[in-house]
Ligand binder design. Structure first.
Ligand code: 16G
Ligand code: ZN
Length: 529
């Protein structure tokens, strides 16, 4: 390691005194002004990871749905997945090291992880539209350069596009062409194939209003529009030409406030959706004839997609196992519908994409979604091979057609991570193929009334949970208190967990009516103290 280069560049990216950061479920996130040193050091860490894995590693500069003033950074592992948990600890240690110790920490990571320094390193970089992202890009580049790595800057991209690009780079193009154009080509071809018959048989003009959170999703959708069939008319709002990123708009705003974003007027029964700031989440919604707002969240998206896949699997007749993965936030009605009506096994994991993704890998076809709209579908290698083979060779027309549709889904869905653009296209295709209106989709089941609250406490780590965050282990007596409160309400469920992204505790409650869900949430909040 060139100590001179590390020292020279480190001096340009000094760590603010006393600042401690934690590499959490979403990487590092903080006010942009505090992140220069951490992002520079992540440039260096990415080089070590690249040398260890002998593969291209991605760095995305984004703070997703956080306010425009924040920023953040995430590393992407070789197959487009989140950084391995063991390296999250290295990231935290490196970011928090005092300047004179940076070199020692780097050396220790090399020893622990068997990094061969002579090995070449390649890093690809992407960023969202935050004003601070451009300067922080230079911090990444300095970090990569300090350790002698090569880099390619893809500029403004959505987070899932960078995941896609990393995967393509490391699989010799098997997953797709490692360019943004390649991404548009792959997804649009699959969408066209999946909807061809439907559109040619006269189902014309499917209009969709899209709120892009004033973020990068708008830019990328506009680039992609030319690749998509005319029948799908996308109307883009909050496209970033005016208004601040995520300000009163975007998937997170719509989901947490249960109301439409600013700047988007909804006529009754119009289908609308919102992306978040880096376009890895999506939620749908509409207003009914009485002007009531209806949110269609990740749970209903998972239900639509898994029902569609299950039907195709039944037609194909192969014994491929499908599973749905949710978190504790999944509405009780969705779990019940999937298990009892659809007869699909449902699993619950801790919050955070990496946990869901990991569990979904256990199935031939694993569908995972968080209620907040982050999710995707994973196909095992064996399932993919079988499906492609049937689509190619099967002589029974009906079976071959179902297999071809499954093959289109494989190519349309971004299997590396949840992707608002790819999810949106799959949902639009399914609605078109099934001839479903947004109200019919919404009517699959009725959400149980629910409420989420934030509680501020001195130390959120006093709460420890088990059973995929559904039960509190500490402080002693808390779970018993919650169990007592639950007895007072019908169809009730509630849990508390420390947030991984904010210094607060989150409370979730559901019950037979909104009034009861609100009461239960408040009572559980009081029990936390
Ligand atoms: C992060 C996670 C998201 C999760 C959220 C929960 C990733 C890429 N993102 O944004 O999946 O829903 O954290 O936040 O894993 P919380 O811990 O503050 O509730
Ligand atoms: Zn996001």
């Amino acid at each position: 390691m060139d100590l001179g280069a590390v020292t020279k560049f480190s001096a340009l990216h000094a760590k603010p005194d006393g600042l401690i950061l934690q590499y959490g479920t979403a990487g590092f996130r903080a006010k942009a002004a505090f992140l220069d040193h951490a992002i520079y050091r992540m440039g260096m860490l990415a080089v070590l990871r690249s040398k260890q894995k002998k593969a291209t590693i991605g760095i995305m500069i984004t703070a997703s749905h956080n306010p425009e003033e924040d920023n953040g950074v995430k590393l992407i592992d070789p197959l487009g997945e989140m950084l391995a948990v063991s390296w999250e600890e290295h990231a935290t240690r490196l970011a928090n090291a005092e300047e004179q110790n940076v070199h020692t920490v780097l050396t220790e990571i090399c020893h622990l992880e068997d990094v061969t320094l002579q090995q070449e390193a390649m890093i690809i970089i992407g960023r969202d539209t935050r004003p601070s992202s451009e300067k922080l890009l230079q911090s990444v580049i300095d970090g990569v350069t300090a350790l002698g790595g090569q880099y390619h800057d893809f500029g403004l991209v959505t987070t899932p596009q960078l995941h896609y690009l990393v995967c393509c780079q490391n699989t010799n193009g098997q997953y797709g062409k490692a360019t943004i154009e390649g991404y548009y080509q792959k997804l649009s071809k699959a969408f066209v194939d999946l909807t061809k018959q439907t559109f040619s048989s006269g189902h014309k003009n499917r209009a969709l209003k899209i709120d892009c959170a004033s973020g990068v999703g708008a830019l990328k959708l506009k680039e992609m529009e030319g690749y998509l069939p005319q029948e799908l008319s996308l109307h883009i709002f909050n496209d970033g030409t005016k208004g601040k990123l995520n300000d009163l708009c975007g998937a997170d705003y719509v989901k947490t406030h249960q109301k439409p974003p600013k700047g988007l007027e909804i006529k009754p029964n119009e289908r609308c959706c919102s992306f978040d700031g880096d376009a890895d989440r999506i939620v749908y919604y509409y207003n009914d004839a009485d002007g009531h707002f209806h949110l269609i969240d990740g749970d209903k998206i998972a239900t639509l997609i898994s029902s569609f896949l299950k039907e195709l699997l039944l037609e194909v007749g192969e014994n491929l196992k499908i599973g749905v993965v949710q978190t504790a936030y999944a509405n009780g009605s969705s779990t019940q519908y999937l298990e009892e009506i659809m007869k699909v096994p449902v699993y619950c994991t801790k919050t955070g994409v990496k946990h869901l993704h990991h569990k979904a890998q256990e199935f031939d076809i694993g569908v995972y979604f968080e209620s907040n709209g982050h999710g995707t579908v994973l196909f095992s290698k064996a399932a993919e091979k079988k499906i492609r083979q049937l689509a190619e060779e099967e002589t029974d027309e009906k079976i071959r057609k179902a297999a071809m549709m499954l093959e289109n889904v494989i190519d349309l869905i971004n299997q590396t991570v949840g992707d608002a653009i790819s999810d949106m296209l799959l949902i639009e295709a399914i609605l078109a193929v099934k001839g479903l209106s947004v109200q019919q989709w919404d009517a699959i089941y009725t959400d149980l009334p629910n409420r989420q609250l934030k509680v501020t406490v001195a130390d959120r780590q006093v709460i420890d949970t088990t059973d995929a965050e559904r039960r509190a282990v500490t402080p002693l007596g808390l779970q018993e208190a919650i169990d007592e409160l639950l007895k007072k309400y019908k169809l009730s469920r509630a849990f508390v967990r420390p947030s991984g992204t904010e210094d607060i505790i989150r409370v979730y409650a559901e019950a037979d009516s909104q009034v009861n869900a609100d009461r239960l949430a408040t009572e559980v909040s009081l029990a936390v103290f």
